[in-house]
Design a protein around this ligand. Structure first.
Ligand SMILES: C[S@@+](CC[C@H](N)C(=O)[O-])C[C@H]1O[C@@H](n2cnc3c(N)ncnc32)[C@H](O)[C@@H]1O
Ligand code: SF4
Ligand code: SF4
Length: 356
């Protein structure tokens, strides 16, 4: 039985922000549903993954949700599972950072898209506070998590609006990684789940240039950069992938050793997957039964684009698996098309539709 590296639970769907690119559907009728902790407990007891990732919506948005999170983390602690949260950390003040650290939180992936307060407002759409106040609050809360011994990934979701800031974001993350703070930078590429996302996507040529400079900087720097869901596949951009401990490519593990569970108990190949295409529901079946019998998962594992057949990066530690292949499924109904080509075309189509 393959052990999961990551089980990701959305504990609630509600959020305290309105990010322009958010792939999560917060307008479902079950908006206020909370994932029952019995489901978390049963699933972790059966699977004992290496990591559990808790998130929302925004899992730290209220005291009630933070207390719920502490209870969920306590369950993970009992099974020796390591706790991570994905958060905008707007409501994690130093006191809550301490409580979360005491509750066993080891890693916080903090959304950190920009150093420009106007761009922060545009990208993340917090309902209250000025841009300057929100920027200062974000920095203070993120650093306070690190000061409590939690590893903090300051993660930018990469759009055409903040692409040119990535190097400055690396410099910032490096400058605050002092005094024993364990901080890294993250770059989360936009995923291809909905067509609207492509309107925000950077131009691929510019993206490649910036990532060349960013990875060069990290190779000489003090902290790692962790790059997720990149459409820049190894075969087209080999120079980006020159191995270095400070350049961590997190490639697609959908269907392999990572799984996402919505607050409604729905199981998806990824949190960014088309939300109508679930593979089962934990209210009615175990994760293992869903995982082993899912036709979609089997298809995702078995169908291979022509270019990828025989590629040494398809499987194994450097698993590429045709980058973010949800676009292939959505556009063609199968997984045998090359996701890179489909993504480049979708970006160009979106750029052509934009008023000049
Ligand atoms: C969905 S959020 C949930 C956790 C929390 N609310 C937050 O924003 O950090 C998790 C991460 O996904 C990123 N994200 C949201 N929509 C995305 C998209 N369409 N493509 C790529 N990443 C996305 C967010 O920026 C955030 O870093
Ligand atoms: S904070 Fe997270 S969940 Fe909320 S809208 Fe932004 S990306 Fe989506
Ligand atoms: S698995 Fe496919 S997309 Fe990935 S590097 Fe190999 S050939 Fe390229």
């Amino acid at each position: 039985m393959n052990r999961f590296r990551v089980i990701e639970f959305q504990l609630l769907q509600a959020c305290n922000a309105g990010c322009v690119y958010c792939a999560y559907d917060q307008n479902l009728p079950e908006f206020n549903n909370w994932l029952p902790l019995e489901i978390v407990e049963k699933t972790l007891a059966e699977e004992k993954p290496e990591w559990v990732w808790f998130e929302g919506g925004e899992v730290t948005m209220t005291d009630k949700s933070k207390k719920y999170l502490l209870e969920a983390m306590e369950i993970a602690n009992r099974f020796g599972v390591r706790n991570r949260i994905n958060t905008n950390c707007r409501n994690i003040d130093p006191e809550w950072a301490r409580r979360l650290a005491d509750g066993g939180l080891q890693f916080a992936c903090v959304s950190f898209d920009t150093l420009d307060h106007e761009r922060l407002e545009f990208l993340r759409g917090f309902p209250e506070g000025s841009g300057t106040e929100n920027m200062e609050r974000l920095k203070a809360n993120a650093l306070s998590l690190a000061d409590h011994g939690i590893t903090v990934d300051l993660e930018a979701t990469v759009t055409r609006h903040n692409l040119h800031e990535l190097e400055a974001l690396y410099d910032y993350a490096e400058s605050v990684a002092t005094g024993g703070r364990n901080i890294l930078m993250g770059a989360q590429c936009l995923v291809a789940t909905y067509d609207e996302v492509f309107g925000l996507y950077p131009d691929m040529v510019e993206m490649h240039e910036v990532f060349m400079r960013l990875t060069r900087k990290a190779r000489k720097g003090r902290i790692p950069v962790r790059i997720c869901c990149s459409p820049m596949v190894r075969c087209n951009y080999p120079e980006l992938y020159e191995p270095h401990p400070n350049v961590i490519w997190v490639e697609c593990t959908c269907g392999y050793d990572y799984v996402h569970v919505n607050a409604t108990g729905e199981v998806l190949l990824c949190g960014f997957w088309d939300h109508s295409e679930t593979i089962g529901n934990l209210n009615t079946a175990s994760l293992r039964a869903i995982w082993e019998t899912s036709g979609l998962r089997r298809q995702a594992m078995e169908e291979t684009p022509g270019q990828c057949r025989g590629c040494r990066h398809w499987e194994g530690p450097e698993r590429c698996h045709n980058s973010c292949f949800s676009i292939a499924r959505r556009k063609t109904g199968s997984f045998s098309s090359f996701a890179y080509d489909l993504t480049v075309r979708a970006i160009a189509d979106a750029a052509n539709r934009r008023p000049s």
